[in-house]
Design a protein around this ligand. Structure first.
Ligand code: MG
Length: 262
């Protein structure tokens, strides 16, 4: 079984989208097993199949979208926040689009980053322009989900004035490998492995603020655009990574995101 297609969802209308580079060109496609069916446009423009196929093994997978905004939700699992209580509102923060890297790309340790943690997360991809949307309507603005690693430098996060270099340094946002639609993302198993050992394992049912609540809340302040991404929060306890560690984030029915810390 391929790493990309591992897991099952049980749903009937699940589609796995990939953005990739082949022959020097960037393309979009739908993954069917280990074959990619090329599309004539990006995921948000009702693309049609071109009829051209390419083997998954012959392409370089890219992060599924090029977001204008990357937004994180802090302390969104009680197993991570240490409290049973919800905060009055979601704790949102920003990452830069330049922190996004793809499946199999390295995570690069910045100079002096001695406390660099993984954070396995479900990442939500926005499908259309979203402003002042209600919680009830928010799911209609969500295109799908993928796996993410909200890489965080804990001492910088604690000691700096803002969550800037600690959260949005280059390569601090691995995301992918596939963008999946049609899943019930309110109830998926999220797991993180370091060198094959499971270090985080929780279902998305345990999110303190639901994905819909987060999208609604964020849209009160900023206009979300197609391709924008929201890292929905990490469960449990995280730990510092060592150089050479292989970090895998797996979401049931979505796939496995794998990156190595250089
Ligand atoms: Mg996080």
């Amino acid at each position: 079984m391929s790493l990309i297609t591992a897991g099952s969802s049980g749903a009937q209308d699940v589609t796995k989208y990939v953005r990739y580079e082949a022959g020097g060109a960037v393309a979009y496609g739908i993954l069917d097993g280990d074959t990619i069916n090329e599309l004539d446009g990006n995921f948000f423009s009702s693309p049609k199949p071109t009829g051209k196929t390419v083997a998954l093994s012959d392409v370089k997978l890219l992060a599924p979208t090029e977001p204008s905004k990357v937004i994180g939700i802090g302390l969104n699992y009680k197993s991570h926040s240490g409290t049973e209580e919800r905060a009055p509102y979601p704790g949102i923060f920003a990452k830069f689009p330049t922190c996004i890297v793809a499946h199999e790309d390295p995570i690069v340790r910045p100079e002096g980053a001695d406390d660099l943690h993984y954070e396995g997360e479900m990442v939500v991809i926005i499908g259309k322009e979203t402003k002042n949307v209600s919680v009830e309507d928010a799911p209609g603005y969500i295109f799908g989900v993928t796996c993410g690693n909200d890489v965080s430098e804990r001492s910088w996060q604690s000691n700096d004035l803002q969550w800037f270099r600690g959260k949005l340094s280059d390569t601090f946002g691995p995301m992918g490998p596939v963008l999946v639609t049609g899943l019930d993302y309110t109830d998926l198993l999220l797991e993180t492995r370091v060198n094959g050992k499971t270090v985080q394992s929780q279902r998305t049912t345990d999110l303190l603020f639901s994905v819909a609540e987060c999208v609604s809340y964020i849209s009160q302040f900023v206009t979300l655009l197609p391709g924008d991404v929201i890292f929905s929060g990490t469960p449990g306890t995280t730990a510092a990574m060592a150089d050479g560690d292989v970090i895998e984030i797996e979401i049931e029915g979505v796939g496995i995101l794998r990156n190595t810390l250089k």
